[in-house]
Design a protein. Structure first.
Length: 579
């Protein structure tokens, strides 16, 4: 069929001439026996001729004047015959021999009617290609290119992290090695001092013994009675004072175990520090833990406050605000740079896949899946009649959502306020709302999960007050944290966001007090960072890219600025402290 169908594209050329009169181009018929085209007048003559009246004549064009004239196309199966009809059964162009031999009993159509149908078919197919297929494949190409760039950034990030981790281990091991070597040097110096003193004492005893020896030799050789008696008395007195039993003191031998240089153990004694490159370094000490920080990047935004920072890889993050109508892709290299933006309002965000993020919007019960390629969105989860406030995706792809019933801080006694854990296919795995009959939360605002599957929830009790609630995986209360009075701060604790590092340590942004609180996994304060000393005011949202990068989204300074700033602070590995 493909071979014979080639004539469709080449039909429109020159009109055939009647083979009898050789003048008329109004050809309507063809004699199958004579293999000749006939005009209407010649057809009548041909059908009445004595020798030709029994010939089979077929009409090949219905309305010849309405169709562009075509040149003769040879049949692909019978090279000497021209195609004259279209076989509906076989969907192919056929000649008179085909009709008589291989297509006997089939249904046939005139070429002009088939031509018109095929033109419409091709036009529809062309429209489908241009309007649908090409656009779809172009979108796939665009997404593929984005995924390639993302994958490259992802791999580069992982390679960089591996290098950084090995450098950390190297630095820590070197510090631990130096510490052990210094201990050995101290041990040797102490031992050497003791042994030197012992040697001096023994040499002094030896000298005294030799003196007594010489006195005795001299007295015995003189044979003087008085001299011998005196020497005997004096040497006895001296020898009685000499302690010849004093020997080498016992000094404990130094010990060394292979575990002394175990990387995990060594890393376990490294104090948590945020020592930053690129800005003035600020050092603070809490509970004997020294923390050094500096700013590595800053970006002015159009938001009044940055309520969410959604971490990708390769130094990229999406930032958004419930007060804005866009989310912004930002990249950190030497500084922070805006890459692109999408028309999306976001109260909180979580990275779902390479080119999709989950977004919660203010006073909207629907969690949206937003494409980071074109900004298109679709419903991922409807939690009505509740409203989602925070969202987090853990390493197992579980989705944790904090949600409330009603507007902020306006609750009835029986209002629902809870955290729900969903599986990746959106089935509910567990809910956290009560500890016995007592409520766990007043207003669960933002949340995250640590490496032990403990759930950390920022629980707001008012616009500028709150606490941190830590639950274990079963939903049992582990501890609550209400701030610390040891800091020079306002009496109220104003938590806005929380993140956890790979060792389970908790970092909380205290917006009203311009402070970062750093807790261990049991809720004990490790240290706090006064962000004002770094020039960072009103820290709101947090995102920990790795153990070396902390992103901080802020609130605009009241009465000073209408726009909020985004910061990155970065760990200086070389200055990590061993305690």
């Amino acid at each position: 069929m493909a071979k014979s169908y080639r004539c469709i594209s080449s039909l429109i050329e020159c009109p055939p001439v009647c083979n009898l009169c050789e003048t008329s181009v109004s050809v309507h018929s063809r004699c199958l026996e004579c293999q000749e085209f006939l005009c209407e007048n010649c057809r009548k003559v041909h059908s009445k001729g004595k020798a030709t009246k029994s010939h089979k004549i077929i009409q090949i064009y219905g309305n010849r004047d309405a169709l562009p004239f075509t040149k003769f196309i040879k049949c692909t199966d019978h090279e000497k015959s021209d195609v004259i009809m279209y076989c509906q059964n076989c969907e192919s162009l056929v000649c008179s021999e085909c009709i008589a031999i291989t297509h006997s009993g089939h249904l046939f159509q005139q070429i002009d009617s088939v031509y018109n149908v095929k033109v419409e078919e091709l036009e529809m197919r062309l429209a489908g290609i241009e309007n649908d297929s090409l656009k779809e494949i172009s979108l796939h190409i665009k997404r593929t290119k984005f995924k390639k760039r993302h994958k490259k950034s992802e791999i580069e990030f992982l390679k960089e992290r591996i290098i950084q981790l090995t450098e950390v281990q190297k630095k820590v091991l070197e510090k631990r090695r130096d510490c052990i070597l210094n201990d050995l040097d101290d041990h040797f110096n102490t031992s050497e001092k003791i042994l030197n003193e012992t040697e001096m004492d023994l040499n002094l005893i030896k000298t005294e013994l030799k003196d007594c020896q010489q006195i005795i030799y001299k007295s015995l050789s003189s044979c003087e009675r008085i001299g011998v008696i005196r020497s005997a008395n004096s040497t006895k007195e001296k020898l009685d004072k000499i302690d010849v039993s004093k020997g080498v003191p016992a000094i404990e031998s130094p010990s060394f175990e292979k575990s002394d240089l175990d990387a995990d153990i060594c890393l376990g004694v490294v104090s948590f520090s945020l020592n930053m490159n690129g800005g003035d370094t600020v050092s603070e000490t809490t509970n004997g833990v020294k923390v050094e920080t500096s700013v590595a990047g800053v970006l002015d935004t159009d938001y009044r406050f940055i309520s969410s920072v959604c971490q990708l890889s390769g130094g990229y993050s999406w930032t958004g605000s419930s007060s804005g109508d866009t989310i912004m892709l930002v990249h950190h290299n030497d500084d922070l740079q805006k890459v692109s933006e999408l028309n999306v309002t976001a109260d909180d965000m979580a990275h779902l896949a390479a080119d999709n993020i989950l977004v919660t919007c203010p006073d909207d019960p629907i969690i949206q899946t937003v494409s980071t390629i074109d900004g298109s969105s679709q419903t991922f989860l409807d939690v009505s009649p509740l409203y989602p406030t925070g969202i987090h995706i853990n390493g197992n792809k579980d989705i944790l959502v904090s949600m409330v019933e009603g507007h902020r801080y306006s609750f009835k006694v029986d209002s629902q306020r809870k955290v729900v854990r969903y599986s990746s296919d959106r089935n509910i795995k567990s809910e956290y709302q009560f500890a016995g009959t007592k409520r766990l939360f007043t207003y669960p605002y933002k949340l995250c999960e640590n490496t032990n599957s403990d759930v950390c929830v920022v629980d707001k009790s008012g616009a500028f007050t709150g606490r941190l609630v830590m639950l274990d995986q079963s939903g049992s209360l582990r501890f609550t944290y209400n701030g610390t009075s040891s800091m020079d701060q306002k009496p109220t604790f104003d938590p806005r966001d929380v993140v956890c590092d790979s060792l389970g340590r908790v970092i909380i942004s205290d917006c009203g007090n311009h402070t970062l609180h750093i807790l261990d996994h049991d809720g004990d304060i490790i240290c706090h960072i006064n962000t004002i000393k770094l020039g960072i005011k009103y820290p709101w949202s947090l995102s920990l890219e790795s153990y070396v990068k902390l992103w901080i989204g802020c609130k605009a300074e009241p009465e000073k600025s209408d726009t909020a700033k985004l910061y990155v602070i970065e760990t200086d590995i070389d200055q990590m402290c061993i305690i």
